[in-house]
Design a protein around this ligand. Sequence first.
Ligand code: AMP
Length: 564
Amino acid sequence: MGTDFQALAELCEKLEATSKRTLMVNLVADFLKHLALDEVEPATSMFLGRAFPKWDSRTLEVSWATLSDIIKRLTNVNWKDFADAFSRTGDIGAATKTVFEASKIQRQTMLIEKPLTILEVRRNLEAIAETTGYGSRERKERLLETLLGQTTPLEAKYIIKIMIGEMRTGFHEGLMELAVSKAFNIPHDVVRKASMLTGDIAEVAVIAKAKGKEGILKLEFQIFRPIKPMLAQMAENVNEALKEHGEKTAFEYKLDGARIQIHKSNNEVRIYSRRLTDVTDSLPEVVQLVQEEVKAQKAILEGEVIVIGEDGNPLPFQHLMRRFRRVHNVEKMVKQIPVKLYLFDLIYLNGQSLADDSYIERRKKLEKIAGDILLTKQLIIRKRLEAEGFLREALNEGHEGLMAKRLDSAYTPGVRGKHWFKIKESLEPLDLVIVAAEYGYGRRHGWLSDYYLAARDAESGEFLMVGKTFKGLTDKEIIRMTEHLKELAVRETRGKVVVTPQIVVEVAYNEIQKSPKYRCGMALRFARVTRIRDDKGPEEADTIKRVRKIYEKQFERKAKPQKL
Ligand code: AMP
């Protein structure tokens, strides 16, 4: 028998319709409780928009072009209806449901088919993922067509959402932890910890059902399953960090590179990015270094890789990104852009989690096993002046700033708390003009929430783009901004509204990069609006010349990339 997929889809629909967290948790908990053991993982994964368990390496490899072709063929509707439904809702799944409902053919087939179960949907998705090699595109299409050909419009909506990995019901992992805790009667903190250790709440749910609290308590970190990294909050200055940490803390250089998590089991080494993707193949020299130097049979380590220029100074972050993007010709890239590894944490050692050890203990153990690999430069400091000196030293050497780590703090995966602070020298904010805007997605789909930012070219009088952002404004401000922008609209094409340059906003950012994307050759990284400058007109906005000056200033310490 098995549970119908329709029931899961109906529940998703309820989740989508409410923002009451307790109600959502109760509904899902009740649903999970009534599932058979082998349905628990597939359902939990599906609620979170995953076709497969989190650590399953299988992927569907189905493009939107393929999916939309099949939807077209099955429903036989005018594709404009789909486009209209999409622009109304901003949601591919909902638009699919609309065209399925509009299609008569679909209704007829529905009468003869048996309802799909959750396990059948999973098996179908598996079959699609496992179809590879010659002619696989056609075979995938046939499988998809068979699957979607037997769904109700509502099931189609959620199968599509699961396939593209966008549920948008507002039911995220944190709520799922609460639901699992409630469904299987296990304290929330125990479930949360297990979810942190395994990184997959669906797996925790299965063990909760099969083995209860005892089983959950036995869960541990596992080598080759990346752990969500512990995150840092921004501190204004060293003083704030010292104060928060009780007037004594460990400052470390904050390097401007890429964070990596290294898993080692005997001679096998795998490396994961900050977003937990496997980047082992991009960093062969790091793999070799870890194999040669790390004195531990099993370990999970963290560090930062940076690129050093010929003059010995660190190069900007974008150089490093080329190392991760390139999968071909890695050897050449290793020579062209050699990376340097600095370690800063040890989370697991020879069968034991160190997450509950203090920072100081972890760092001591790390020093012992790191061999000749460098650790991030560190100083335990009590005095503000000394900390400021250390910050200046880091900046002078071309690094980004400092981290401050509380001496007695545990490693808390995925948490951005006050135990780690980052302290950077901030760049001066810019006053920029909004020259165009795009409609947002999901909740923001009716609002112009994504802004094109431009600086003034004092010579030509033109406004030249230097960045784009959807960050910084409150919902209220976005609604007001949408109205204002609509009044200024010049033309609209495919969700992008070009406006007369009138509105000035203050924009903060982390860095100015060289970029071919914009005519002026520069782009702001991590731009966010900090204020709407109602008091300023576009003629008072900052100039391209000023942007270029700040760009240049970044390289007084850092080595400069090729000519702009
Ligand atoms: P955030 O990711 O925003 O919490 O900022 C901290 C980031 O700084 C980490 O993700 C690392 O990539 C980077 N980083 C550079 N140096 C260090 C260090 N010594 N300790 C921890 N993180 C560092």
